[in-house]
Design a binder for this molecule. Structure first.
Ligand code: SAM
Length: 341
């Protein structure tokens, strides 16, 4: 049975647990110019180009979701800004902002290409972006990303701020790597007028590095920050899973994404599309639906809409990541770069 709710002329997507699906995250490429130790193995095998949806197909898929009531689109990857022609997609998707059928078009990036694209992103109606940055120490940055250059990313962040984009920094908490640096990251981010969100490392894909060795519960991070700063709980939400506090001393916001110690599946409003047109209904489960076939089978969206409806009926109640000594292998075989977080 099709699980939809009528909203004027739009049949919106509602899952079996009554959650409105209003947020689509789209991984536009599985390729990246970094090899972060918690995300990818150093020698990754990438998808053959023939399997990847064209920019026009990605636009059609995103637009089909917008027509079904999705109000927020986030482009991610791999690294979204290394996809050739990416600004053509951003520019064409921005028509939904102009039409008022989309509230937000945004992206998550490692920042390496931001200097080149920040002004263009702002001109396309992008208002805020997330930049992933785990440390301000250039050597540590190189060690974590394997291939990245901190000065390039910092120049990209400066360009984004200069273009008027609101920037949120996302940092993955890594035991013994950046755990002592979180207060310094916070002081820097808030000093630049940026929010900071800390993410627990999730057991996705084999990266050649031990997960238990990387895993740092955010309860510990929070306690450490609280030794230096005053944390005030606030209701601020961005449509994502982060829970925020305000830091009294800086006036800035600090978010926590805690898929392992607490999950927030009951309010999950999102689904994730890969660059091959596979729809994952939950970041923490393997079940998926192929949208590429119905997309390519017909120039109109009837088959596609049927496949989307069917997929949404399979959205699970929640994920079940586990991180303990009995589960040394990743909970899921796929890498984060496939769905983009
Ligand atoms: N390349 C872009 C970037 O760096 O933001 C977008 C894709 S990246 C996969 C999206 C986010 O996922 C980044 O913030 C990254 O740190 C995070 N991430 C990757 N693997 C992770 C893992 N195993 N656990 C938690 N976060 C992870």
């Amino acid at each position: 049975m099709t699980n939809t709710r009528s909203n004027g002329s739009t049949r919106t997507l509602v899952d079996p647990f009554g959650r409105d699906i209003s947020y689509l995250r789209v991984s536009v490429t599985d390729r990246c110019d970094f090899r972060c130790v918690y995300c990818m193995a150093e020698n990754m095998t990438f998808l053959p180009k023939a399997d990847i949806l064209s920019l026009e197909e990605l636009d059609r898929l995103c637009s089909a979701f917008v027509a079904r009531g999705v109000r927020k689109l986030r482009l991610t990857g791999g690294e979204p800004l290394v996809r050739r022609g990416i600004m053509t997609l951003v520019s064409s998707l921005s028509r939904h902002l102009t039409a008022g059928t989309l509230d937000e078009l945004t992206l998550t990036t490692n920042g390496s290409q931001l200097k080149k694209y920040a002004a263009e992103l702002a001109a396309c109606g992008v208002r805020r972006i997330n930049v992933s940055l785990d440390t301000l120490d250039p050597d540590k940055f190189r060690a974590i990303t394997r291939w990245g250059d901190l000065s390039v990313v910092r120049a990209g962040i400066d360009a984004a701020l200069a273009a008027g984009l609101a920037v949120k920094i996302n940092a993955v908490a890594l035991k013994g790597v950046n755990e002592d640096e979180i207060p310094a990251l916070l002081a820097w981010a808030h000093g630049e007028g940026m929010d900071l969100t800390i993410i627990e490392v999730m057991p996705l894909g084999d990266t050649g590095e031990g997960r238990l060795e990387q895993y740092l519960p955010l309860s510990i991070v929070r306690a450490r920050v609280a030794e230096r700063y005053t944390l005030e709980d606030i209701d601020y939400r961005t449509g994502g899973p982060a829970r925020y506090v305000r830091i009294a001393e800086t006036g800035g916001r600090l978010g926590f994404i805690t898929p392992l110690t607490h999950n927030f599946c009951e309010s999950c409003n999102r689904v994730r599309l890969t660059c091959t047109g596979t729809l994952f209904m939950c970041l923490g489960q393997d079940d998926a639906a192929d949208l590429r076939r119905p997309l390519r089978m017909s120039p109109n969206d009837d088959l596609l809409n049927e496949a989307i409806d069917e997929a949404i009926t399979r959205k699970p109640k929640g994920h079940d990541f586990v991180m303990d000594r009995r589960h040394k292998r990743p909970a899921l075989a796929r890498h984060m770069s496939m769905t983009g977080g």
